[in-house]
Design a protein around this ligand. Structure first.
Ligand code: ZN
Length: 442
């Protein structure tokens, strides 16, 4: 059997990190040749301490890439932290997974499926937000959405819930972005450039209090699903990161901001070391609430990704109380694809396969895959409706980066997704936002 992996190379971003990024193609080839494909065992647990009842989770371990193929399973662990009501969180919990899977062609091999996932996540998030807006609810939600397939973990996130990974050797990686205006200058810049106003709550008399918020609406977040009463520059385009664990495994923790406002990543990992996932999740929630009091819904999901048949809790042996090595993901967009394809020895580290956080659909939906093969040319790249050849609008339409135009000029959007795209980029007046600085929502 001949595998053509060449197209994989384009999704590999170069990295300034202290370990090299390994092309997905290399990883897969390695799996196919030298190692039999062993899938990890997953055990998970969750805990919640509710105040407003607006946190929702989705824990689904037997999803199938191919219908009726037990070997094509993947798992989904997702957290939705709602605000201003729970409708957006509930709606996303019910529809997002289907919208993501619906954006991936059905006839892909596993490696093609994994390579298509980052783009499908973007399409699924945007479609879910757009469909929800049509229902005219004003609530919104953060989403932290982890898909685990074998040793590959793909995390898409909007908002300020957080997903961290501790590898077996004790390094902590952040797999999500923090879309909180207070701590993300790039997002303040983007929101401002798209017509939003960013500032603190004004109490009158010139005193400004609280975190940075976006006006109209007063939201602290720069990305979410829902929030149609806020400007459309609060976009649902997720940060996506894809990594591959070594077969030594690791522990994944997903928590709402109620945890992260109280605990650092290291503190969360350390406080539950040696505990099985359910107890670990309870411990993290307990520590957070004890430290700060129950000020918000506080939810935690813990997933241990274990070498097969090693069904003991992951106890990265009591090492120097956490190495304090924290991999930050707020680096600039990588410039050139890395074409490294050397003979990698199996390193006991987490391989970074893909990372992208741009809010621009032209960048996120653009791929150099053979388009007829990967994504049907006459389907809207966001909502997957069929479009007639002359009705599709290129995702690059109106783009200033003319040099980058592909000959075929796709992928294409339907008219209504094009309207959505322009609104998100501030090129259309967003719908009737309230413009007072006095409302208070986060
Ligand atoms: Zn569409």
């Amino acid at each position: 059997m001949v595998f053509d992996f060449d197209y994989n190379i384009i999704i590999i971003m170069s990295s300034k990190h202290d370990h090299p990024m390994v092309p997905l193609a290399v990883l897969l080839r390695r799996e196919l040749s030298s190692e039999k494909i062993e899938r990890p065992d997953l055990i998970h647990g969750e805990a919640n301490h509710s105040k407003k009842g607006e946190d929702y989770t989705l824990l689904k371990t037997e999803c199938q890439r191919l219908p009726a193929d037990a070997f094509s399973t993947f798992s989904v662990f997702a957290l939705f932290d709602g605000h201003n009501g729970s409708a957006a969180a509930v709606y996303s919990r019910e529809n997002l997974l289907n919208n993501i899977v619906g954006a991936i062609p059905s006839d892909l091999s596993r490696d093609e499926w994994l390579a298509a996932l980052p783009r499908a996540l973007v399409a699924g998030f945007v479609k879910t937000d757009k469909d929800f807006q049509d229902k005219a609810h004003t609530s919104g939600t953060t989403v932290t959405f982890a898909i685990i397939d074998g040793w590959v973990i793909t995390v898409a996130s909007v908002g300020d819930s957080r997903c961290i990974l501790e590898s077996a050797e004790g390094t902590i990686y952040s797999l999500s972005a923090d879309h909180r205006l207070e701590c993300n200058e790039d997002e303040v810049e983007r929101v401002t450039a798209s017509g939003g106003e960013v500032g603190r709550l004004n109490t009158g008399g010139g005193a400004e209090i609280g975190p940075l918020r976006c006006w109209p609406g007063g939201l602290c977040l720069s990305r979410s699903i829902g929030d149609m009463d806020v400007g459309e520059f609060i976009v649902p385009v997720p940060h996506v990161k894809q990594v591959k664990l070594s077969t030594a495994g690791g522990r994944l923790v997903i928590s709402s901001d109620g945890v992260w406002d109280a605990l650092s990543s290291e503190a969360a990992m350390n406080c539950c070391r040696g505990m099985p996932p359910a107890a670990a999740a309870s411990q993290i929630v307990h520590e957070a609430v004890q430290f700060k009091g129950l000020r918000d819904d506080t939810t935690c999901i813990v997933i241990d990704i274990l070498p097969p048949e090693k069904l003991t809790p992951l106890v990265p042996p009591l090492k120097k109380h956490g190495k304090g090595v924290f991999k930050n993901m707020f680096r600039k967009r990588p410039s050139e694809p890395s074409l490294v394809d050397k003979d990698y020895s199996e390193p006991d580290v987490v391989e970074e396969i893909y990372e992208e956080g741009s809010a621009m659909l032209a960048e996120r939906l653009d791929t150099e895959y053979p388009v007829c093969n990967m994504f049907k040319l006459f389907m809207c790249a966001v909502c997957q409706v069929e479009i007639k050849p002359k009705e599709g609008i290129s995702v690059h339409a109106g783009s200033s980066s003319r040099g980058k135009m592909r000959p075929w000029n796709g992928p294409f959007l339907c008219t209504s997704c094009q309207v959505k795209k322009e609104a998100m980029e501030g090129k259309r007046p967003s719908r009737d936002g309230r413009s007072s600085h006095s409302s208070d929502s986060d």
